[in-house]
Structures are given as structure tokens and as C-alpha cells.
Write a protein that binds this ligand. Structure first.
Ligand code: C5P
Length: 397
């Protein structure tokens, strides 16, 4: 069995903070970036300093915050070149309408705009402004220009604004910006592909308040949805009931029963290039669902079950089947059962894990089984496992 190792990155982020009320969220963003293992260098514009103190950002990033282009303490006066060369990526969050205008036109009249112009690394922008400023033709023209220049826009969101108005221009939350930024570092192995993923448990009702379900949390399926989007795919997630937030930029179709999951998958499978069945689908459903809550009786009731459709097997048997990958959560004889499942469902890839170690956990230990044999992944966070699964699928396509 081959063993696939996890990649390690040293990742340095230059966080540019411009003048807008959303600058207060930059503190939380720095904290999350540092926690995620990034080295963070903050650079503020003059206007940003009216919204948040440099001491806060310095304490959280562990680095002095830089603000001046004309800094006498900087020996050669080349901070803008040094900073842009040291960064693996630049994120401007919040990016004001004024700063976006400067980026669109190549203006360089302060440290942050100058180092952006001097940069050679990826640059991304998280706009934040009042909805009228967002809607102005000048702003829209500038946004179009920076998009054409290859600068990704993270957000903004539609919603409540600091000024009390409602509309486009709210900066994405720091958690979402972190997810967007992480994606910049992932290779676009599935660019242009349509991916569909089933996730979570299903719930098969017995009566209006009771049902049959299982311990699947949905974490592995949601991690795969995020990893597939990071790899450049358009992702649809068909999910049973979970407590998880849908990853950003992933289209979510919520379902409850196996039959609903089956129907949602079949409606769209023709457009799908890659189908990954992660859901813990109930094999059986209750044959006659009681319309009213069942009453306790003297003798124990008997539930008659009938089989649910096997979604993965049905998709794999389609005349123009997408590339199919399935999961096998087993409590014993892991490889043996997984191999048998791969053959039974006629799929190119099955991913095996121990049910006791995987269900509901944040980490997983996966074994990828394909026609070339078994490939073991180390025990690691489900997102890291998911990225390796996506890489493996890309290599098999
Ligand atoms: O339940 P089983 O062990 O056969 O599940 C193996 C794989 O098949 C999983 O990927 C699961 O998502 C998928 N499956 C399915 N429809 C079912 C049962 C399982 O798509 N009814």
C-alpha cells in the first residue's frame, strides 16, 4: 500500500486595511489568519487609522503595522518593494471604493497602493462600502476593470450596513474571507468541472415526530465540497439534515429522506462530471409512515421496512455516467468490505474509513482504493483529507 503525505506551506499574507467601518473586523481576520498558520503583515492606509488602532493589529499579528511610504526609519526607503516581494498573497480587507478606484487606475500615492502596484504575487480584494457607493457606475466600472485584470473579488455580501441601510456592500465575515484566501493557495485541478456531492445522514420518518437516522455529521462531505470548489469546480451539495454551515460558493440542495436525495441527484446528474457519494444513506425506509403520532401500546409494534434506492449504484450504471467515487464506512474488515463495495457498485474509486473513527469526528484516516491498489492517507483534519481525495480524483480523470 502506498502512503500519500500531506503538503506543508509557509504562507505569508500581506493584509491591507483601508478606510471603512468594516476595518474593525480586520482584527478578527488577523486573529483567524494567525490561527490558521499564516504569517501576517498588516499595512494600513491613513484613513484606516481612524477606524482601528495599529496597536490592536500589531498585538494580533506580532508584527509592527506599516503605514508610511516616506518612513525615515526604513533605511533604503524601499518598503513597498520589500513588502510586495515577501508576501505570498496580498488581501485588501476592507477595500474601500476609493482604494478599488486606485487599483483600477494604477495609482500609487501611499504605501499600500504602491506595494500593490509593485507586487508580483496574487492580490485579492474584499470590498466594503455603502450600497450607493457600490451601485455607482464609476465603482462598477472600476470593479469590472480589476476583475479583468485578474484580481479576485471576495464578496461583498448583501445585508445590513453600518449606516443602517440594507444592500450590497457588506464586507464578507472574517471566517468566509479566510476560506476564500485558503482557496487562492489550492491548485485549480478541477477548473471547469461540475461536481455533485451527497453528504450527511438521511432521515426516514416513522410518524410525524419520529424517524430512523444515523450518526453521520456531514463533515467529510462538506469538506469535500469545499475542497472541490477550492480546486476550481462548480459544486452542488445534496445534503441530509446536518448542523453545518454550507461552504461559501457551494450550491446546496437540502433533502431529508433517501428518496428525496435520490430525486435531487437524478434531476441534475446529466450536467455532472464527477459524483462523490459521501452521504450515509439509509438502506431501508418505513413502508407505511403513520400520519399521526403512534401511541404506546401493550405489545411492541413491528416496523415493516422496504429498500431505498442505491443512489451511487444507479448513477454509476447510467449510460453516460460521471466519474463516481463512493465512501465505505466499515466497523470491521475495512479493506475487504471496501474492495467488495467498489466491485459491486462498479465505481473507479472507493474511499474506506473506520466508522467508529470517522463518524462525527473532525479528523479522518482514509484509504483510497482504485484499480491501481490502496493508498493510505495519514490521520488528519477532514479538510486536508478532502484536498487529497480531490487531487487523487483529478489524477484519475
Ligand atoms: O451503504 P453503503 O455501504 O453501500 O454505501 C457505500 C456508498 O454508497 C457511499 O458512498 C454511499 O453514499 C452510497 N450509497 C448511496 N445510496 C444508498 C446507499 C449508499 O448512494 N442507498
Amino acid at each position: 500500500m502506498s502512503v500519500i503525505m500531506t503538503e506543508l506551506h509557509s504562507r505569508r499574507i500581506l493584509l491591507g486595511i483601508t478606510g471603512g467601518i468594516a476595518a474593525y473586523k480586520a482584527a478578527e481576520l488577523v486573529r483567524l489568519l494567525v490561527k490558521a498558520g499564516f504569517e501576517v503583515q498588516c499595512v494600513m492606509t491613513e484613513a484606516a487609522q481612524h477606524f482601528i488602532g495599529a496597536a490592536t493589529l500589531q498585538a494580533l499579528s506580532g508584527q509592527p503595522v506599516l503605514m508610511q511610504l516616506w518612513d525615515e526609519a526604513s533605511g533604503d526607503g524601499m518598503d513597498h518593494i520589500r513588502l510586495s516581494r515577501e508576501a505570498d498573497a496580498i488581501l485588501i480587507a476592507p477595500a474601500s471604493a476609493n482604494f478599488i478606484a486606485k487599483l483600477a487606475h494604477g495609482l500609487a500615492d501611499d504605501l499600500l497602493s504602491t506595494l500593490c502596484l509593485a507586487s508580483a504575487c496574487p492580490l485579492a480584494v474584499a470590498p466594503a462600502m455603502n450600497k450607493q457607493m457600490w451601485d455607482k457606475p464609476a465603482t462598477q466600472r472600476n470593479l469590472e476593470q480589476i476583475r479583468q485584470d485578474g484580481i479576485p473579488l471576495f464578496g461583498p455580501a448583501n445585508g445590513e450596513q453600518a449606516c443602517g441601510e440594507l444592500g450590497m456592500g457588506r464586507m464578507l465575515e472574517p471566517e468566509t474571507l479566510l476560506i476564500e484566501l485558503e482557496a487562492l493557495f489550492q491548485p485549480k485541478l478541477l477548473a471547469g468541472k461540475q461536481v455533485m456531492i451527497t453528504a450527511g445522514p438521511t432521515y426516514e420518518p416513522i410518524d410525524p415526530v419520529r424517524g430512523i437516522t444515523n450518526l453521520s455529521s456531514g463533515k467529510m462531505g462538506y469538506a469535500l465540497a469545499r475542497a472541490a470548489w477550492e480546486a476550481g469546480a462548480a459544486v452542488t451539495l445534496v445534503s441530509g439534515p446536518t448542523a453545518l454551515a454550507t461552504p461559501p460558493n457551494v450550491r446546496m440542495i437540502p433533502v431529508t429522506t433517501a428518496q428525496e436525495m435520490h430525486d435531487a441527484v437524478m434531476r441534475e446528474i446529466k450536467k455532472t462530471d464527477i459524483f462523490i457519494a459521501v452521504a450515509a444513506v439509509a438502506d431501508y425506509r418505513v413502508a407505511h409512515i403513520a400520519q399521526q403520532k403512534l401511541k404506546k401500546t401493550q405489545t411492541a409494534p413491528t416496523l415493516t421496512l422496504e429498500p431505498n434506492p442505491d443512489i451511487l449504484a444507479e448513477v454509476a450504471a447510467l449510460p453516460k455516467a460521471p466519474f463516481c467515487a463512493g465512501f465505505a464506512a466499515e466497523t470491521e474488515k475495512l479493506s475487504e468490505h471496501a474492495q467488495a463495495k467498489r466491485a459491486r457498485k462498479s465505481i473507479p474509486l472507493i474511499i474506506a474509513n473506520r466508522a467508529q473513527e470517522a463518524l462525527g469526528q473532525d479528523e479522518s484516516t482514509l484509504i483510497l482504493i482504485d484499480s491501481s491498489g490502496s493508498h493510505a492517507l495519514p490521520r488528519q483534519a477532514k479538510l486536508l483529507s478532502a484536498r487529497q481525495v480531490i487531487k487523487h480524483i483529478a489524477s484519475l480523470l
